[in-house]
Design a protein around this ligand. Structure first.
Ligand SMILES: N[C@@H](CCOP(=O)(O)O)C(=O)O
Length: 388
């Protein structure tokens, strides 16, 4: 059974909370790991991404999220000069993105809280996921989306029946519009809107940690040496680290991987904090082609920085041109259509390899956060500008 602990003041709540009732800090689900009896053999007999139910607050119904392929990338391994590279391919989620994992648990939490609406500011993917999972649960979704968001995200929010407010500008403009709308809600409606944005509740980052559980089992219970994850709000990195610590706590593994947070250099507050050994500061002029990673003031900046630091990894910031080229290289060398966010992880892995961050026998996992289809026009434009 989970209780929820504030990462700022330590207050514990055992209801279905969103932020800390005392200080509005970020909450984390905590479990009594000493009482959890999980073995590799027992897990081999279970199916599905939510099979580690002892390590979850509850199990959502789901629509096929998770259990995504871990695909070997031998040419990348050669190019990086490491033992093995794998790509955890989150493109296989129902709406083609890692955020489906988060939305599945958030929708289940909203039902338990008797809310009727998932409400969030989003760069696009989170809104599409929320719209899909809200539809499945018979809830409404209200997404506040910047005008620059991906066409497919916006179209599919509509197709799922979600309410969408397109806000002129970038993610911070959408977030401001969301906050204003929340503040203007009549008191009677406040409870109806379940906050479904990153770190607005303990459930989104909690929903991401099975990604780590899966990849360890897919590697035949070997802990990878390094995981490189595209990083915006820090949800994926925080979820990966929590999963890694938990598997170690319950005795399923004996070590944890080094985590590397990859961000575009046009918006890299988490990498900057890691490089300067400080807390994340809002990025003043965000400007990157990767809309889903253009998060100047990440909701999970501190948890992400702490996770990367504790893991022994580091941050890596990459140029837009390099990350687009890297997404195309993964498509051309490994046949996988990855998001341009994953292009940041791939470009980051090349930079990390060059600086000697990996050993020759390392197993390195890159997280592909979503389908390349949503970004096809951007990568294609880059290739055309090179005359390809
Ligand atoms: N959500 C992003 C990728 C990962 O970002 P983070 O917010 O979990 O750090 C996406 O949709 O591409």
């Amino acid at each position: 059974m989970a209780t929820f602990e504030c990462t700022d003041c330590g207050t514990v709540d055992d209801d279905v909370p969103t932020r800390c009732p005392d200080c509005a800090g970020v909450l984390n689900a905590v479990y009594d790991y000493d009482t959890i009896d999980l073995t590799q053999a027992a897990l081999a007999d279970r199916d599905g991404t939510w099979k580690h139910h002892e390590l979850l607050p509850f199990v959502p119904d789901g629509i096929g999220e998770g259990t995504t392929p871990l695909v070997a990338a031998p040419r990348l391994a050669d190019e990086l000069g490491v033992g093995q590279v794998f790509i955890k391919n989150e493109a296989h989620n129902p709406t083609g993105t890692i955020t489906d994992r988060a939305a599945a648990l958030v929708a289940a939490a909203a039902e338990r809280a008797d809310a009727d609406t998932l409400a969030l500011p989003t760069t696009g993917n989170g809104g599409q996921s929320a719209a899909a999972y809200a539809a499945r649960a018979g809830l409404l979704s209200r997404s506040f989306v910047p005008s620059r968001a991906n066409f497919i995200n916006k179209a599919m929010i509509n197709v799922h029946g979600g309410d969408m407010r397109v806000v002129e500008g970038r993610y911070d403009d959408a977030r401001e519009a969301y906050q204003t709308a929340r503040e203007e809600l009549p008191a009677a409606d406040e409870e109806a809107w379940f906050p479904a944005g990153p770190f607005d509740s303990p459930f989104r980052h909690e929903g991401l940690k099975p990604l780590y559980y899966e990849l360890v089992e897919q590697l035949d219970w070997t802990v990878p040496d390094a995981v490189v994850a595209p990083t915006g709000h820090g949800e994926a990195v925080a979820g990966l680290w929590k999963g890694a610590r938990e598997f170690e706590s319950v005795g399923l593994t004996e070590s944890t991987p080094r985590l590397y947070a990859a961000q575009p250099d046009g918006c890299a507050p988490i990498v900057d904090a890691l490089d300067t050994d400080s807390d994340p500061e809002p990025w003043s002029v965000p400007d990157t082609v990767v809309g889903s990673l253009e998060i100047p003031d990440p909701a999970g900046g501190l948890p992400a920085v702490e996770a990367v630091r504790a893991s022994g990894g580091e941050g890596v910031a990459v140029d837009d041109q390099d990350l687009l080229d890297s997404a195309a290289t993964v498509a051309q060398h490994e046949g996988l259509e990855v998001s341009i966010a994953c292009g940041a992880a791939a470009a980051g892995a090349w930079d990390l390899a060059e600086e000697g961050a990996f050993d020759a026998d390392d197993t390195v996992v890159l997280v592909n956060t979503g389908t390349g289809n949503k970004d096809a026009d951007i990568v294609r434009s880059r290739l055309m500008s090179q005359g390809i």
